[in-house]
Design a protein around this ligand. Structure first.
Ligand SMILES: [Zn+2]
Ligand SMILES: [Zn+2]
Length: 218
Protein backbone atom coordinates (compact mmCIF):
# COMPACT_ATOMS: atom_id res chain seq x y z
CA UNK A 1 0.00 0.00 0.00
CA UNK A 2 1.18 3.48 -0.86
CA UNK A 3 1.25 6.16 1.80
CA UNK A 4 0.84 8.93 -0.82
CA UNK A 5 -1.32 7.19 -3.43
CA UNK A 6 -1.14 9.34 -6.54
CA UNK A 7 0.11 9.15 -10.11
CA UNK A 8 0.46 12.36 -12.11
CA UNK A 9 1.79 11.00 -15.40
CA UNK A 10 -0.28 8.55 -17.47
CA UNK A 11 -1.06 8.16 -21.16
CA UNK A 12 -4.17 7.01 -23.02
CA UNK A 13 -5.21 6.35 -26.60
CA UNK A 14 -5.40 10.14 -27.05
CA UNK A 15 -1.65 9.79 -27.68
CA UNK A 16 0.48 6.63 -27.68
CA UNK A 17 -1.19 4.81 -24.76
CA UNK A 18 -3.43 1.81 -25.37
CA UNK A 19 -6.22 2.38 -22.83
CA UNK A 20 -9.06 4.87 -22.64
CA UNK A 21 -9.41 7.59 -20.02
CA UNK A 22 -12.02 5.47 -18.23
CA UNK A 23 -9.64 2.48 -18.26
CA UNK A 24 -6.95 4.55 -16.55
CA UNK A 25 -9.42 5.87 -13.99
CA UNK A 26 -10.72 2.35 -13.27
CA UNK A 27 -7.19 1.08 -12.76
CA UNK A 28 -6.38 4.01 -10.44
CA UNK A 29 -9.51 3.31 -8.40
CA UNK A 30 -8.68 -0.39 -8.13
CA UNK A 31 -5.22 0.45 -6.85
CA UNK A 32 -6.56 2.84 -4.24
CA UNK A 33 -5.09 6.02 -5.71
CA UNK A 34 -6.57 9.28 -4.48
CA UNK A 35 -5.37 11.33 -7.41
CA UNK A 36 -4.76 10.49 -11.05
CA UNK A 37 -3.38 12.73 -13.75
CA UNK A 38 -3.96 12.05 -17.44
CA UNK A 39 -1.10 13.57 -19.39
CA UNK A 40 -1.10 12.69 -23.06
CA UNK A 41 1.64 13.90 -25.41
CA UNK A 42 1.03 17.42 -26.72
CA UNK A 43 1.94 16.66 -30.34
CA UNK A 44 -0.90 14.12 -30.69
CA UNK A 45 -3.58 16.65 -29.77
CA UNK A 46 -5.16 18.93 -32.37
CA UNK A 47 -7.30 21.90 -31.24
CA UNK A 48 -10.37 19.74 -31.83
CA UNK A 49 -9.17 16.59 -30.06
CA UNK A 50 -7.78 18.67 -27.17
CA UNK A 51 -11.26 20.00 -26.50
CA UNK A 52 -12.69 16.49 -26.48
CA UNK A 53 -9.76 15.22 -24.38
CA UNK A 54 -10.31 17.79 -21.61
CA UNK A 55 -14.10 17.32 -21.70
CA UNK A 56 -13.70 13.52 -21.40
CA UNK A 57 -11.30 13.79 -18.46
CA UNK A 58 -13.64 16.22 -16.66
CA UNK A 59 -16.75 14.15 -17.39
CA UNK A 60 -15.32 10.79 -16.33
CA UNK A 61 -13.37 12.39 -13.48
CA UNK A 62 -16.58 13.89 -12.05
CA UNK A 63 -18.12 10.40 -11.94
CA UNK A 64 -15.18 8.97 -10.03
CA UNK A 65 -14.57 9.14 -6.29
CA UNK A 66 -10.94 10.02 -6.84
CA UNK A 67 -9.53 13.31 -8.09
CA UNK A 68 -8.75 13.21 -11.80
CA UNK A 69 -6.73 16.04 -13.29
CA UNK A 70 -6.37 17.02 -16.94
CA UNK A 71 -2.72 17.48 -17.78
CA UNK A 72 -0.48 17.24 -20.81
CA UNK A 73 3.12 16.22 -21.48
CA UNK A 74 4.81 18.79 -23.67
CA UNK A 75 8.14 18.45 -25.45
CA UNK A 76 11.06 20.72 -24.64
CA UNK A 77 12.55 21.66 -28.01
CA UNK A 78 15.40 24.08 -28.78
CA UNK A 79 12.74 26.72 -29.48
CA UNK A 80 10.93 26.12 -26.18
CA UNK A 81 8.09 23.98 -24.83
CA UNK A 82 5.43 23.11 -27.42
CA UNK A 83 2.51 23.99 -25.13
CA UNK A 84 1.16 27.44 -26.05
CA UNK A 85 -0.89 29.62 -23.68
CA UNK A 86 -4.25 28.66 -25.19
CA UNK A 87 -3.52 24.98 -24.55
CA UNK A 88 -2.10 25.44 -21.05
CA UNK A 89 -5.09 27.45 -19.89
CA UNK A 90 -7.47 24.58 -20.66
CA UNK A 91 -5.50 22.20 -18.43
CA UNK A 92 -4.91 21.66 -14.73
CA UNK A 93 -1.15 21.34 -15.18
CA UNK A 94 1.61 20.95 -17.73
CA UNK A 95 4.56 18.53 -17.66
CA UNK A 96 7.54 19.39 -19.85
CA UNK A 97 9.97 16.65 -20.85
CA UNK A 98 13.03 16.25 -23.05
CA UNK A 99 12.35 13.64 -25.73
CA UNK A 100 15.04 14.70 -28.21
CA UNK A 101 18.10 12.64 -28.82
CA UNK A 102 21.02 14.75 -27.57
CA UNK A 103 24.79 14.33 -27.57
CA UNK A 104 25.82 15.90 -24.27
CA UNK A 105 24.40 16.52 -20.78
CA UNK A 106 25.03 20.27 -21.33
CA UNK A 107 22.55 20.31 -24.24
CA UNK A 108 20.03 18.49 -22.05
CA UNK A 109 20.42 21.00 -19.22
CA UNK A 110 20.03 23.94 -21.63
CA UNK A 111 16.69 22.54 -22.79
CA UNK A 112 15.46 21.96 -19.24
CA UNK A 113 16.35 25.56 -18.37
CA UNK A 114 14.01 26.75 -21.15
CA UNK A 115 11.17 24.84 -19.50
CA UNK A 116 12.07 26.15 -16.04
CA UNK A 117 11.60 29.71 -17.33
CA UNK A 118 8.34 28.93 -19.16
CA UNK A 119 5.24 30.23 -17.32
CA UNK A 120 3.05 27.46 -18.74
CA UNK A 121 5.14 24.66 -17.23
CA UNK A 122 4.35 23.20 -13.80
CA UNK A 123 6.39 19.98 -13.66
CA UNK A 124 9.62 18.78 -15.26
CA UNK A 125 9.09 15.21 -16.54
CA UNK A 126 11.59 12.38 -16.00
CA UNK A 127 14.52 14.74 -15.39
CA UNK A 128 17.79 13.01 -16.21
CA UNK A 129 16.36 9.99 -18.07
CA UNK A 130 19.02 10.50 -20.78
CA UNK A 131 22.01 10.85 -18.44
CA UNK A 132 22.99 7.16 -18.47
CA UNK A 133 23.36 7.45 -22.27
CA UNK A 134 24.77 10.95 -22.78
CA UNK A 135 26.68 11.38 -19.52
CA UNK A 136 25.96 13.04 -16.20
CA UNK A 137 26.19 16.84 -15.89
CA UNK A 138 28.60 18.38 -13.40
CA UNK A 139 27.26 19.24 -9.94
CA UNK A 140 27.22 23.00 -10.58
CA UNK A 141 24.88 22.54 -13.55
CA UNK A 142 22.51 20.49 -11.44
CA UNK A 143 22.66 23.20 -8.81
CA UNK A 144 21.71 25.81 -11.43
CA UNK A 145 18.73 23.69 -12.44
CA UNK A 146 17.60 23.42 -8.83
CA UNK A 147 18.04 27.17 -8.29
CA UNK A 148 15.97 28.01 -11.37
CA UNK A 149 13.25 25.59 -10.28
CA UNK A 150 13.14 27.19 -6.83
CA UNK A 151 13.04 30.71 -8.29
CA UNK A 152 10.27 29.88 -10.76
CA UNK A 153 8.18 27.56 -8.57
CA UNK A 154 8.57 24.48 -10.75
CA UNK A 155 8.09 20.92 -9.54
CA UNK A 156 9.84 17.68 -10.51
CA UNK A 157 8.19 14.31 -10.94
CA UNK A 158 9.87 11.24 -9.48
CA UNK A 159 9.62 8.80 -12.37
CA UNK A 160 9.14 5.13 -11.56
CA UNK A 161 9.52 4.37 -15.27
CA UNK A 162 12.98 5.87 -15.68
CA UNK A 163 14.11 5.79 -12.05
CA UNK A 164 14.96 9.50 -11.99
CA UNK A 165 15.89 11.82 -10.37
CA UNK A 166 18.06 10.23 -7.68
CA UNK A 167 17.55 10.50 -3.94
CA UNK A 168 20.20 13.24 -3.49
CA UNK A 169 18.47 15.43 -6.07
CA UNK A 170 15.06 14.81 -4.47
CA UNK A 171 16.46 15.60 -1.01
CA UNK A 172 17.84 18.91 -2.32
CA UNK A 173 14.40 19.75 -3.79
CA UNK A 174 12.75 19.07 -0.44
CA UNK A 175 15.32 21.21 1.36
CA UNK A 176 14.52 24.15 -0.93
CA UNK A 177 10.75 23.77 -0.98
CA UNK A 178 10.60 22.53 -4.58
CA UNK A 179 7.50 20.34 -4.94
CA UNK A 180 7.49 16.75 -6.15
CA UNK A 181 5.02 14.31 -7.71
CA UNK A 182 4.91 10.54 -8.33
CA UNK A 183 4.85 9.34 -11.94
CA UNK A 184 4.34 5.91 -13.47
CA UNK A 185 4.40 7.24 -17.06
CA UNK A 186 2.11 4.28 -17.80
CA UNK A 187 1.09 3.73 -21.42
CA UNK A 188 -1.40 0.97 -20.55
CA UNK A 189 -4.10 0.83 -17.85
CA UNK A 190 -2.49 -1.89 -15.71
CA UNK A 191 0.61 0.30 -15.36
CA UNK A 192 -1.36 3.16 -13.77
CA UNK A 193 -0.34 3.60 -10.14
CA UNK A 194 2.96 1.76 -10.41
CA UNK A 195 4.81 4.37 -8.41
CA UNK A 196 6.42 2.29 -5.67
CA UNK A 197 9.90 3.43 -6.73
CA UNK A 198 8.80 7.09 -6.61
CA UNK A 199 7.47 6.74 -3.08
CA UNK A 200 10.54 4.86 -1.87
CA UNK A 201 12.89 7.58 -3.14
CA UNK A 202 10.63 10.35 -1.83
CA UNK A 203 10.54 8.85 1.67
CA UNK A 204 14.24 8.07 1.67
CA UNK A 205 14.85 11.73 0.87
CA UNK A 206 12.73 12.70 3.88
CA UNK A 207 9.65 13.78 1.93
CA UNK A 208 6.37 14.54 3.67
CA UNK A 209 2.89 15.27 2.32
CA UNK A 210 3.51 19.02 2.21
CA UNK A 211 6.44 18.41 -0.16
CA UNK A 212 4.08 17.04 -2.82
CA UNK A 213 2.68 19.34 -5.51
CA UNK A 214 -0.78 17.82 -5.09
CA UNK A 215 -0.51 16.89 -1.41
CA UNK A 216 -3.81 18.65 -0.64
CA UNK A 217 -5.69 15.91 -2.55
CA UNK A 218 -4.12 13.02 -0.64
ZN1 LIG B 1 8.17 11.52 -21.61
ZN1 LIG C 1 5.04 10.26 -20.68
Amino acid sequence: MLEFPHDTHTHTEYSDGIGSITDNIASAEEKGLKLLGITDHSHYLSPKSLKRYVADIKRWGAMSEITVLAGIEGNITPSGVDVPDWVAEKLDYVIASVHEWLETPEEYIELVKLALKDDNVDVIGHFGANFPYIGFPPMEELREVIELAEENGKAFEISSRYHVPDVEFVAECIKRGIKLTFASDAHFPAGVGRVTWSERVFKKAGGRKEDLLFGEFL
